[in-house]
Design a protein around this ligand. Structure first.
Ligand SMILES: [Zn+2]
Length: 289
């Protein structure tokens, strides 16, 4: 059963009403509401894009919900506060704890007790965090006592892990505890569709995020392999902007237009699941974790 909280549902319907105007010549997918499931509001972005600027970008681009992370975590908290104080002007915000204080942490977080303490202290805030990440980990680096503890913490608290990892690290994370819920950033970046299908069959708690997967199309057309994968697993994908550098913020509209371009080539129910339905279902507010 899809459980969408009333406020979020209202926002989605309002976005649909505002964008799917009868008589519009554009295809419905041109303005599908979007759940942006891979968003960073890092400190270098907050210096250039004020909160009002990013809220306007979300509104202009039909983004009704965001999965927010930032380095450090202040940017995420600012967006969550904006959603609380001005819900009509902001998307719904699903906050994740990012295990980075600075750029350097990306190389070492997986073996650093201070990062575990950072995650615990961030989770202790009254911020309704739904997950941990995005973090980067490759190969055997996922096999450390601290990563194992983070996986255990996620399972214990019903939190998601938002992992930018290769296939080897993905398997290690899931071997730590197969119950862990993983949002796989970029769906492995270059992992072929057939292999992703194999992971989905084996790991029911795995969801693929699709930023930087420009191989989804060829000359603007959805490839047969990706189309088959989306139709076979319509409930297992989400889309995201991945605003990891300011250049991505400057191309925010273009990134979302690319998604709507290929979403429009899918059956409408599959397109709406990937565009926003899966995000709303998987990261619903007010539901037990
Ligand atoms: Zn990212």
């Amino acid at each position: 059963m899809i459980r969408i909280p009333l406020l979020a549902l209202g926002r989605v319907l309002a976005a649909v009403a505002a964008t799917w105007l009868p008589g519009s010549s554009a295809g419905a997918a041109d303005r599908l509401p979007i759940f942006d499931a891979h968003l960073h509001y890092n400190d270098e972005a907050t210096a250039v894009y004020r909160v009002a600027d990013v809220l306007r970008l979300f509104r202009e681009n039909g983004v009704t919900s965001i999965l927010a992370t930032s380095r450090p975590n202040d940017g995420t908290r600012v967006l969550a506060e904006a959603a609380r104080s001005t819900p009509r002007a902001a998307p719904r915000v699903v906050p994740f704890v990012r295990p980075y204080r600075n750029q350097a942490d990306r190389q070492t977080w997986f073996n650093d007790p201070e990062i575990y303490a950072l995650i615990e202290s961030e989770l202790a805030r009254d911020a309704d965090y739904r997950g941990i990440g995005e973090f980067h980990v490759f190969g055997r680096d996922a096999d450390t006592p601290w990563v194992r503890r983070i996986v255990a913490l996620a399972v214990e608290r019903g939190l998601w892990l938002h992992a930018h990892c290769d296939d080897a690290a993905l398997e290690i994370l899931l071997a730590h505890d197969p119950r862990v819920k993983i949002l796989w950033a970029h769906s492995g970046f270059s992992t072929p569709p057939a292999q992703i299908a194999g992971y989905f069959a084996r790991y029911p708690n795995l969801v693929g995020e699709l930023s930087f997967r420009y191989d989804v199309t060829e000359d603007g057309k959805l490839t047969p392999a990706w189309r088959a994968l989306f139709v076979a697993f319509p409930g297992r994908f989400v889309v995201g902007s991945d605003t990891w550098v300011n250049e991505r913020w400057s191309r925010y509209a273009e990134i979302l237009a690319y998604y709507r371009g290929w979403l429009g080539q899918l059956p409408p129910d599959v397109a709406s699941s990937i565009a926003f339905g899966n995000g709303e279902r998987l990261f619903a507010a007010g539901t037990p974790r």
